[in-house]
Write a protein that binds this ligand. Sequence first.
Ligand code: NA7
Length: 543
Amino acid sequence: MPQPQIKSQPQGKVRDALVIGAGFAGLYQVHLLRDRLGLDVQGIEAGDGVGGTWYWNRYPGARCDSESHNYCYMFSEEIYKQWTWSERYPGHDEIRRYINFVADTLDLKRSFEFSSRVVDATYDDSANTWTVKTDTGEIYVARYLITAVGCLSTANVPAIPGLETFKGRWEHTGSWPHEGVDFRGKRVGMIGTGSTGIQCAPVIAETAKQLTVFQRTANYSVPARNAPLPEAFKEKMRANYAALRQKMHASPGGHDYPISERSAHEFTPEQRQAMYEKAWEFGGLHFRGTFRDVVIDRAANETASDFIKAKIRSIVKDPATADKLADIDHGYSTKRPPIDTDYFETYNRDNVSLVCLRSDPIEAITPSGIKTKTGEHPLDIIVFATGYDAMTGPLLKLNIKGRNGLPLGDIWKSGPKSYLGIQMHGFPNLFTITGPGSPSVLTNMPVAVEQHAEWIADAIAHLRKTGSARMEPKPEAVEEWVQSVNEAAQATLLPHTPHSWYLGANIPGKPRMFMPYAGGMARYRKLCAEIAADSYRGFTLTG
Ligand code: NA7
């Protein structure tokens, strides 16, 4: 078919497609569109190199919670076999080396403009193009716009009064200085005990003079049991590439480990204890899979929660500190479950203390430290391990405006609405990789990313083959999908933990809505394939 041409004479550099972000998602999307579809693709990236989330996350102890043989691209057997991970969980620097290796192998960097942040993306209805502006003053115009900006890339620095008066140094873990921070001899305060704080605290404590952890919500954590990978394991993974990929694709979370088909209620307390012990010793996110109903049945969940609370009390020697750490007000894994290396053990060190913000809230940051209700904690460095404006934050920051100049923020006023987490009504030819409404943060990310990038590339190929110029979802398809996302969440315990970032609850003023699709990656993949095969059911494709 003759390809639809951009008719007007737009201001800016004309491309076929623009991809924002050079993490796992953006790199693969550029590869697919450029090398498989033959499009003229421009990638745009705020950092001065590839890596996406891992470009920014360089805090002490930063490491992926997915196991390295799962946390990688699986689209190419050759690439899979060329890379060898050194540890069970990949550290941030090894992940960056890996992403650079893939980008270089596929010669992707030449398609990116680096050190360039998108500040505006506006749809022009008459030309059917997207105009994207960057903070370097560059303007690009293209038919297709694909966001690959990650789900956890907009740092949340809480508005605590007095931060600007602090005379010491402060950093957010999500935009850590490349040269690192020297904690030697310093009094360090760390706010936040999510996955990040739990990774960070033991490493900071090793060199800091004093570490004070400010905990708002006590959290569960299971030992990661990180270790160098044995040669035999590396060899086995290489040999079993196809089976491994198949397992990951068939699993709800995109990992290769099995989730038990048995209910926690089928076992006696003694049997359960033994099974949890075994899972605790094995370590990692597998713990969730001990029983099939850990995140869907409250009583089953309590058995896992109680087991971990007892572990905390057995590890932490000071009973008052153990009380604060084990006083957890939600069920295990109903918020993102962290895994750790010596997190609870860290509280046995003489140079570590814990402040419970529920009973002793922060009143202000002063020039010399953090002042809570009971007094001041003098500090040289404050580490904000306070998380992100998750999922919607990175997209809203792009200042996206659809048909008739409608800002994305307007249609998402009461929470994000999309079809499949991929497209929004009123925003033709805009595709959001791992957008809200897709499995994204509930899965092993590279699996979710690959599925989206491939689906989007196939959709664009279809548009070009059929001579269609525009693709956007029907309003009723969006409404139905929002309902499906809601139903999938309600079938689990996840939406019932009120202070979770899955619901947007960590950001003051953010609408409360369960954002990721909890129906599982395998089910979602099948549904997306069916929709595409059924002439892109629910989408309007116009010429
Ligand atoms: P999270 O999981 O959002 O954790 C942030 C932590 O910071 C959490 O303990 C929060 O307490 C705490 N927090 C946030 N704001 C404040 C304020 N204002 N005062 C005190 N404490 C606060 O982010 P992470 O970076 O740990 O992890 C993000 C994801 O990255 C993770 O799930 C993995 O997917 C990788 P709260 O629980 O909200 O009471």
